[in-house]
Design a binder for this molecule. Structure first.
Ligand code: ZN
Ligand code: FE
Length: 258
């Protein structure tokens, strides 16, 4: 569950029933960032085990399974979240919006507005490390449910994330990959990349291993929510005459019923 990138280490922390939080640590400066705070205890255990202290906490959106552990963890860490949702997030030390650049653990970090699951949902991209923290927007073989935004908004959000470098690790908020994979295969049974990925996911889950983070290049080839503009998939679904955002809307609606 540990990946070392150029200057920082990434730790994936399972929380609650199927959530993930992430720790990013710079071994030179000692800075440690937490992305999302589903619950305090598993995160506190990982910090204590490594003797790390939180300097920053980044929040992707206001849902309780992403902020519920914050109060117990924040200490004197700087808490960063979306300006648009400051009224319903825990108290923020820094309120940010699309295009803002942050320095987190020595990494230049871009704020990307990704509404859809909620209207104030943001993602954080660390291009030098190759990490994108996407919360409940882009997920492994899936995307978040549309609680507040429109399908067109989520489709636009996903296209921004899809445009990041292919080697980006997508650090998303939940382990929903196995059920996402069953849905993806039902839409796209002849996609050989998806068939292979499905096998790898089943093997990982049978061994109790996380399938998150996932590689963006894999998502581009296999995640049906990133492929609403793929001519082959549109034709297979009989939707070749619909605009991409409406194809996306139909794929999202079928997943809700799957
Ligand atoms: Zn959520
Ligand atoms: Fe969530």
């Amino acid at each position: 569950m540990t990946n070392t990138s150029s200057h920082v280490e990434l730790v994936t922390v399972p929380c609650l029933r199927d959530n993930y939080a992430f720790l990013v640590h710079n071994h030179t400066t000692g800075d440690t960032a937490l992305i999302d705070a589903p619950e305090a205890s598993p995160i506190a255990v990982e910090l204590a085990r490594r003797n790390w202290r939180l300097t920053d906490i980044l929040l992707t959106h206001h849902h309780d399974d992403h902020v519920g552990g914050l109060a117990a963890l924040r200490g004197d860490a700087r808490v960063i979240g979306a300006k648009a949702d400051a009224h319903r997030l825990p108290p923020l030390d820094l309120a940010v919006a699309e295009g803002d650049l942050l320095q987190i653990c020595g990494q230049t970090t871009h704020v990307i507005d990704v509404p859809g699951h909620t209207v104030g949902h943001i993602a954080f991209h660390m291009p030098d490390a190759g990490f994108a923290f996407t919360g409940d927007s882009l997920m492994a073989l899936g995307c978040g449910r549309l609680f507040e935004g429109t399908p067109a908004q989520m489709w636009e959000s996903l296209q921004k994330l899809r445009a990041l470098p292919g080697e980006t690790q997508i650090c998303s908020g939940h382990e929903y990959t196995e059920s996402n994979a069953r849905f993806a295969v039902s839409l796209d049974p002849d996609n050989p990349d998806l068939t292979l990925r499905m096998k790898a996911i089943e093997t990982a889950r049978a061994a109790g291993q996380p399938t998150v983070p996932s590689g963006l290049e894999d998502e581009r080839r296999t995640n049906p929510f990133l492929r609403a503009d793929d001519a082959g998939l549109k034709a297979h679904l009989g939707l070749q005459n619909l605009p991409d955002d409406e194809v996306f809307a139909q794929i999202r609606a079928s997943k809700d019923k799957f």
